[in-house]
Write a protein that binds this ligand. Structure first.
Ligand code: UD1
Length: 429
């Protein structure tokens, strides 16, 4: 199993190009199930999760093809992926595929919408909290599907097609909003989604579905209205830049000090994040081609943050912020309100010398003068990258084990950081 070795203490200087957002690319790929025509996605990040989802989609009958390299194209430009679901040959998503990536459960809605039936294994995915799927099932039930649980599989049927309805979520769920969108676009009549997720990745999916012929209003607000259509068509869509990757590298630069342009980053997707980084004493400037992050000398200041659904501070940056605050001058408070048990990085950060106490959903971080390198273990995707941030500032050598979690969601992390001066290398095998 690959590991990452970091020798801490180097400042970061240069340019990091932000990739397409994993959390947008995955639902966009799944949307290909809704049409027999070709959906072409540009700026697709090169990630293990994308490869895995391709395998899952191919199993349903989707043809997938990647463009070869084009003249003048750089590795940073992202991948172009063509997905054609001319015929769905299998409406079962088996356990051995779905258990490796939670988001693959989202094939349920579009399969039922297009084929009138689906049999999808209950998911696995990151070990953060219990992460049930009840809200996804609520969507299908509201739209008139019959649901059964058989041997760990959800079996959903709507032989005469789905029918529009009001879906009122008790709390915000990104995935369940994706399911609602992808189910309702082909349902008969009107669907209203109340308490919908407002995340940019939901808007990106909705924009792409609109280009495919769907009729959607209210994207980016809590109430989304969809008028069902009989069929959708192929289109071309570019995946929006990854705000979580952007925030992660911004915190890495904040941690080490230096001056880095995050090329292609969109500041408007980080309204709750950039002010916190600034509050920590870091210089953040929006430039024409991205966001510039700088810190020179000054010690980091502590912050108080609670994670919230968008437009609040994202849970996917909670671990990275905590790593940053381990070196602040004073005490920070970080509350996790979205997922239970999303503090697995705390013990690992403690191995590097961090001073963090946990009480329920609140982490209190008392800054220390120095972190010291040590062997640590990646536990989930975002937690793992918090260890990279800590390792970049720790004295000596940090070895991060089980980095397959990082490869699921961060493209070429060792190259991106390495070319800005970090001493980071992948130990293969
Ligand atoms: C997505 C993101 C993930 C991010 C999360 C919250 C992708 C691929 N993943 O995950 O990176 O951390 O949004 O921003 O886009 N819940 C239920 N029942 C359900 C569904 C969710 O109780 O049926 C709960 C979850 O356990 C959690 C909360 O709702 O406590 C929010 O989860 P949700 O927004 O659904 O997260 P995901 O879509 O799985």
């Amino acid at each position: 199993m690959d590991r990452i070795k970091i020798t801490g203490g180097e400042r970061l200087n240069g340019v990091i190009t932000v990739s397409g957002a994993k959390n947008a690319a995955l639902p966009l790929m799944i949307a290909s199930l809704l049409t027999e025509q070709t959906l072409t996605l540009e700026n697709v990040p090169r990630l293990v999760d994308v490869d895995m989802l391709e395998r899952i989609l191919r199993n349903h009958g989707v043809d997938t093809a990647h463009d070869g390299r084009r003249k003048g194209q750089r590795l940073e430009d992202g991948d172009t992926l063509h997905l054609t679901a001319k015929q769905i040959v299998d409406t079962t998503a088996p356990y051995d595929l779905v258990s490796r990536m939670r988001a693959s459960f989202w094939v349920l809605g579009p399969l039922v919408a297009r084929c009138g039936e689906a049999r999808v294994s209950l998911p696995g995915g990151c070990a953060i909290g219990t992460r049930p799927v009840d809200l996804h099932l609520l969507v299908l039930e509201k739209l008139g599907a019959s649901l059964n649980l058989e041997d760990g599989y959800v079996v959903a049927k709507a032989e005469n097609g789905l029918k529009g309805n009001v879906i009122s979520f008790p709390f915000v769920s990104v995935g369940a909003t994706h399911t609602a969108l992808m189910s309702a676009v082909l349902a008969a009549g009107e669907t209203i989604i109340e308490n919908a997720a407002r995340e940019p990745e939901v808007v990106d999916l909705g924009d792409c579905l609109t280009k495919m012929g769907a009729k959607i209003e209210g994207l980016g607000t809590s109430t989304i209205r969809i008028q069902g259509v009989n069929q959708l068509f192929g289109t071309r869509h570019s995946v929006l830049p990854d705000r979580i990757e952007t925030g992660t590298y911004a915190m890495a630069v904040a941690m080490t000090g230096g001056n880095v342009l995050l090329r292609g980053a969109r500041a408007d997707l980080l309204d709750a994040v950039l002010p916190i980084i600034k509050q920590a004493g870091v210089d953040v400037k929006v430039e024409n081609d991205g966001i510039r992050v700088q810190r020179n000398g000054a010690r980091l200041k502590p912050v108080k943050v609670a994670t919230e659904p968008y437009p609040g501070f994202p849970t996917d940056l909670q671990a990275q912020l905590m790593a940053l605050m381990t070196r602040a001058e004073g005490t920070s408070e970080i509350r996790e309100t979205i997922f239970e048990n999303r503090f697995m990085h705390v013990q690992e950060l403690a191995r590097l010398g961090a001073d963090i106490s946990l009480k329920g959903d609140l982490a209190t971080v008392t800054g220390v003068d120095e972190l010291a390198g040590a062997p640590v273990m990646a536990t989930d995707l975002r937690a793992s990258v918090s260890l990279v941030i800590a390792g970049l500032a720790a004295q000596g050598e940090t070895i991060i084990n089980r980095i397959y979690h990082i490869d699921r969601g961060f493209e070429r992390i060792e190259q991106k950081l390495g070319q800005c001066g970090a001493k980071i290398e992948r130990l293969v095998g």
